[in-house]
Design a protein around this ligand. Structure first.
Ligand SMILES: Cc1cc2nc3c(=O)[nH]c(=O)nc-3n(C[C@H](O)[C@H](O)[C@H](O)COP(=O)(O)O)c2cc1C
Ligand SMILES: Nc1ncnc2c1ncn2[C@@H]1O[C@H](COP(=O)(O)OP(=O)(O)O)[C@@H](O)[C@H]1O
Length: 334
């Protein structure tokens, strides 16, 4: 995975150095200040890379073009820097850390380093950040970044700053320009906006894959089975969700794919002032899903959630929702 130097792995057990994401699939997070020297790495891409969209994928391609996969590393952070700098402005994530890790591997990255973005790292100025980076990776030859990359206290470091230090540090700066799709640059912000507007199709286009929402099945009140549509209630979701509503989707569960109908809402028909819950009924499935991981994708808005006067009315509406979802999906698959 990342930095296999014995000390940094030792520090993996040290709570001061390491925090674990609120992700049951624990991803290791390293303190930048406790990293051991790693002479293997020659090329590094640095960034938050939220979404790992097509623009980010270009950066990864460029990185891998510079040397062997063994010599390349992606340095990312355990959270969006704004979560520390200005929490109220921090955007919701498009990917959980474990999704990001798995996708990076899928895109050919062997070495991934998640650095804890804390107050100490925030206070670090751009110059010592670079010097420390060069100490950790003494054979570093190239840093690959996007055009708008910023780093160091008050975002004082940028591409120009890196370029000025190329000679001194003997590290080349490789800048990857933004990728344009439908007249605008691809960015995590644009993708978040599309999801908030329920334009999951556009979000997926810009990601270069379907937007996926992953969570773990928790127990509810058992009312779903009563009306004939058991729903797996998802918790532990560490990503941006589209606005509340009823959606058709596909559901991956243990390498199998099902069609599903999902409701992200407060269930006004069965309770007053309930919490927002994402729940999904899998078509042609029966079994126990409690504690299992589900991944929802090809998410398609069907309608707004409504308060029904009786459960039979809700039931007949869900039958219509299933019909609508089938009409949407089936022609594409059969
Ligand atoms: C496709 C679908 C559509 C739904 N639409 C609504 C709705 O419009 N209004 C509502 O109050 N609940 C809606 N629900 C939520 C049900 O009320 C809920 O699944 C049921 O009460 C079971 O809850 P439980 O999982 O806590 O047992 C919907 C559920 C599904 C699967
Ligand atoms: N087709 C299905 N789709 C979703 N969950 C199902 C399905 N068949 C069985 N289940 C199981 O039933 C549970 C949901 O039943 P439900 O009556 O809605 O209870 P709960 O209130 O616990 O969500 C799921 O968590 C899962 O374990």
């Amino acid at each position: 995975m990342c930095l296999p130097s014995p000390k940094s792995q030792e520090s993996a057990g040290n709570e001061k150095d390491i925090s674990l994401a609120d992700d049951p699939q624990q991803v290791e997070i390293f303190s930048f200040f406790a990293l051991e020297e790693n002479p293997q790495i020659e090329n590094i891409a640095i960034g938050v890379f939220d979404g790992l969209h097509l623009g980010h994928q270009k950066i990864l391609e460029r990185l891998l073009s510079l040397g062997t996969a063994e010599s390349c590393l992606v340095l990312s952070f355990d959270r969006h820097p704004l979560a520390v700098i200005s929490p109220e402005q921090a955007p919701p994530s498009l990917l959980s850390l474990s999704q990001k890790k798995n996708l990076l591997h899928l895109y050919g990255i062997k070495h991934i380093l998640f650095v804890q973005f804390d107050q100490r790292l925030r206070q670090l100025r751009a110059e010592p950040f670079l010097i420390t980076l060069k100490k950790i990776f003494p054979r570093l030859r190239a840093i690959v970044v996007g055009e708008d990359f910023r780093f160091g206290l008050n975002a004082e470091g940028n591409v120009a700053f890196l370029k000025e230090r190329e000679r001194n540090l003997r590290v080349q700066t490789v800048v990857v320009p933004p990728l344009i799709r439908y007249g605008e640059p691809i960015s995590s912000t644009r993708i978040r906006k599309a999801i908030v507007q329920r334009n999951i199709w556009l979000a997926s286009e810009l990601l270069g894959r379907s937007y996926r929402i992953e969570g773990y099945v928790a127990a509810g009140r058992g009312a779903g089975k009563e009306i004939g549509f058991p729903t797996a209630n998802l918790e532990g979701i560490a990503q941006l969700l589209p606005p509340p509503g009823v959606y058709g989707c596909q559901v991956e569960y243990k390498n199998e794919i099902f069609f599903g109908v999902a409701n992200y809402g407060r269930r006004p028909t069965v309770q007053e002032g309930g919490e927002l819950v994402l729940e999904v009924h899998l078509l042609n499935f029966s079994g126990n899903l409690y504690g299992e991981k589900l991944s929802l994708f090809n998410i398609q808005f069907l309608r707004e959630e409504k308060k029904f006067l009786s459960l039979p009315e809700l039931k007949s509406q869900i039958e219509k929702d299933i019909q609508k979802a089938k009409e949407f999906f089936m022609p594409k698959f059969f």
